[in-house]
Write a protein that binds this ligand. Structure first.
Ligand code: CTP
Ligand code: MG
Length: 235
């Protein structure tokens, strides 16, 4: 049986989760009784196109993360001081044969498989870089200090999620460029002048950032799959 080559996934999971409040690093905080990272990697493993997965774990948690993910066939490396470092460190461990790469935040742990596959499909259709996006619900204003400078045209704005997908060479070049990423990998790629394509994201792919997000995620899991994790993958 030979299908298209599997896609590699880098999972930055080394952040502390400062905005979530005191406790273990965010990837190891529990959601419905299991660490966020376990939900995230299980979700990725449920996507047919996904092959090798490299997780960047918090420096002090490499052993526990390896144990946590032992059944899911992943490589675990120590992450870095900022997200960009964690992605770069994980990228160096990706098997050489992998030509298409996704970068997926552990904190977006309920991302539906359909979003993963939509990003992969756009890459396989020839895109160099792909991001899942949603329309922006709030009005967004630019400010200087406490003063409004401008009201941005919401129709032209999108909120960006992960997984973000890249031709491997493009991502490697972006991370070798020495630029500082503002918040995402696609931003580095844009700075190289490479076109970034969008596909529809999903509300469920929201990032767990603050305590309220954890409550929302618990509610989402309970609603989609009472009693067990992972109902999202059966839909
Ligand atoms: N991340 C990482 N290495 C870092 C910082 C962040 O791998 N040095 C990862 C996080 O683990 C998370 C993703 O990047 O999966 C998105 O980052 P964010 O949501 O900001 O998570 P944290 O940095 O952990 O949270 P905070 O900024 O509130 O501390
Ligand atoms: Mg952070």
């Amino acid at each position: 049986m030979s299908g298209p080559a599997p896609v590699g996934v880098l999972v930055p999971a080394a952040g502390l989760g400062v905005r979530l409040g005191p406790g273990r690093p965010k990837a190891l905080r529990e959601l419905a009784g299991e660490p966020l990272l376990l939900h995230a990697v299980r979700g990725l493993r449920a996507a047919r196109s996904v092959g090798p997965i490299v997780v960047a774990a918090p420096l002090d948690e490499v052993g526990p993360v390896r144990a946590l993910l032992a059944d899911l066939d992943v490589l675990v490396v120590a992450g870095g001081a900022v997200r960009q470092d964690s992605v770069r460190l994980a990228l160096t461990e990706l098997p050489a044969a992998v030509g298409l790469v996704l970068v997926h935040d552990a904190a977006r742990c309920l991302t539906p498989v359909a979003v993963v596959e939509a990003v992969v499909a756009a890459l396989r259709a020839g895109a160099d870089a792909v991001v899942p996006v949603l329309p922006v619900a709030d009005t967004v204003k630019q400010v200087a200090g406490a003063h409004v400078v401008a009201t941005l045209d919401r129709a032209a704005l999108r909120a960006v999620q992960t997984p973000q997908g890249f031709r491997r060479g493009v991502l490697e070049q972006a991370h070798a460029s020495g630029r500082l990423a503002l918040t995402d990998d696609a931003g580095l790629v844009e700075a190289l002048g490479v076109e970034v394509t969008t596909v529809p994201g999903a509300d469920e792919a929201f990032k767990i950032t603050r305590p309220l997000d954890l409550l929302l995620a618990e509610a989402l899991l309970a609603a989609t799959c009472p009693g067990v994790d992972g109902g999202r993958r059966a839909r």
